[in-house]
Design a protein around this ligand. Structure first.
Ligand SMILES: Cc1cc2nc3c(=O)[nH]c(=O)nc-3n(C[C@H](O)[C@H](O)[C@H](O)COP(=O)(O)O)c2cc1C
Length: 381
């Protein structure tokens, strides 16, 4: 039976444990480039014991960013920063992962701490939004949206392939397509955002065509030996939106197009969601477990899994294969080592690089001399 600290092998890649740092947009890029800040952020989490480390969503085209301060991979000039990030993650013993995405009708945002609203297309830091249909998201996202033409959709698939080629050259070994959170992939799947009457809209089969063609395009350049994965907006929690049963069927189709792993998340295609249990621990786990069972591919999931005993238990019960941590990874760079202590792992420092762990194991001192608080809560069952 695996536990949180068991290695996980997918294709030619082995994670040293089941703990992933989930992608988190930091709004700190200039011209879409990663800098020392990103090397610090991802390097520290890899050194803190995470097995799989994602930088934020990386945009495949400039207008695929969330804000003008977000990172991208549409230009060779962006590869140096990304390569440094991938190299430090690998050097610290984790697997470097990349999430390729496009924000669709949720882009052209301000930095959230200046108000989570959009900038108009004629603002120097804004742009024209494009999505499956000419429908604004509504509420705080007010600016007009243009429907993508079919040649524009084909160009985006080519941009996914270019992005994957660059990601590979930068040293990333795990590729996730961002099809969740109301961004472009999520809005193609959702009837709330997709009202097209061509081959990319209408029936469920048509609404998943965008995803299948994106996977096909990426597979032409991304080696079969490396995991090709996606994060899916699997449920809009709205009667007229993406229904989870439909998402399960869609993932089955994606598996036929080379998908190796599914990261199950929310649709977030509307603010008018009904009954999302945002305050419940691990509230997406059951959905991910169903995908694992019915589609037969490994799965990961985020959302409220920062309590070590809970994260460990969903792996031990073989509900999911990898735990994705967002806010806990921001809050505690050493979450994996901390969790290992809490769960009475026999050598928590084995999770971090040996040239660092050696000092922590080998120097004598009184209880507490390492500065860790006493073990608080649970033991490994
Ligand atoms: C600051 C911040 C930025 C985020 N940016 C992204 C992103 O770029 N891509 C993505 O798929 N999810 C993003 N998320 C969602 C997280 O990856 C994660 O799925 C979510 O926070 C739930 O996990 P948690 O309960 O462990 O925080 C972001 C979350 C936060 C807090």
């Amino acid at each position: 039976m695996p536990d949180l600290f068991s290695p996980f092998t997918l294709k030619g890649v082995t994670l040293r444990n089941r703990i992933a740092m989930s992608p988190m947009t930091m709004y700190r890029s200039v011209d879409g480039k990663m800098s020392d800040f990103h090397v610090m952020l991802m390097g520290s989490r890899a050194a803190g014991g995470f097995g799989l480390v994602f930088p934020e969503q990386i945009a495949i085209v400039p207008e695929g960013r969330t804000s003008v301060g977000c990172a991208g991979i549409w230009d060779d000039a962006q590869m140096e920063g990304l390569s440094r990030v991938a190299a430090i993650i690998k050097d610290m013993g984790a697997v470097p992962a990349i999430q390729l995405g496009h924000t669709g009708r949720k882009g052209s945002e301000k930095k959230p701490w200046f108000g989570k609203t959009q900038l108009p297309p004629d603002h120097p830091d804004g742009w024209q939004l494009r999505a499956p249909s000419a429908l604004s998201y509504g509420g705080r996202y007010t600016y007009p949206v243009e429907a993508l033409t079919i040649p524009q959709i084909h160009a985006l698939h080519a941009a996914y392939a270019d992005a994957a080629r660059r990601a590979l050259a930068c040293g990333f070994e795990w590729l996730e397509m961002h099809f969740a959170h109301g961004y472009l992939g999520a809005s193609f799947l959702s009837p709330l955002a997709n009202r097209r009457d061509d081959a990319y809209g209408g029936s469920l089969e048509n609404r998943v065509r965008f995803h299948l063609e994106a996977l096909d395009a990426v597979r032409t350049v991304w080696p079969d030996s490396l995991p090709l994965t996606m994060r899916l907006g699997s449920d809009d929690f709205h009667p007229d939106g993406t229904q989870f049963d439909d998402a399960v069927w869609a993932i089955g189709q994606m598996r036929e197009h080379g998908l190796d792993f599914a990261d199950i998340s929310l649709g977030l295609n509307t603010d008018a969601m009904q009954g999302v249990p945002f305050n419940e621990v691990g509230f997406m786990v059951d959905r991910a477990a169903r995908v694992r069972r019915e589609i037969g591919i490994p799965v990961g999931v985020s959302w409220n899994l920062g309590i070590p005993a809970m994260a460990d238990s969903v792996i031990r019960r073989e509900l999911i294969d990898v735990v994705f941590l967002g806010r806990p990874a921001l809050a505690n760079p050493h979450w994996p080592v901390w969790a290992a202590r809490e769960l009475a792992h026999n050598d928590p420092f084995s999770l971090i690089p040996e040239d660092w762990a050696w000092w922590l194991r080998s120097r004598p001192g009184p209880e507490g001399s390492l500065g860790w608080p006493p073990v608080a809560t649970t033991t490994m069952g």
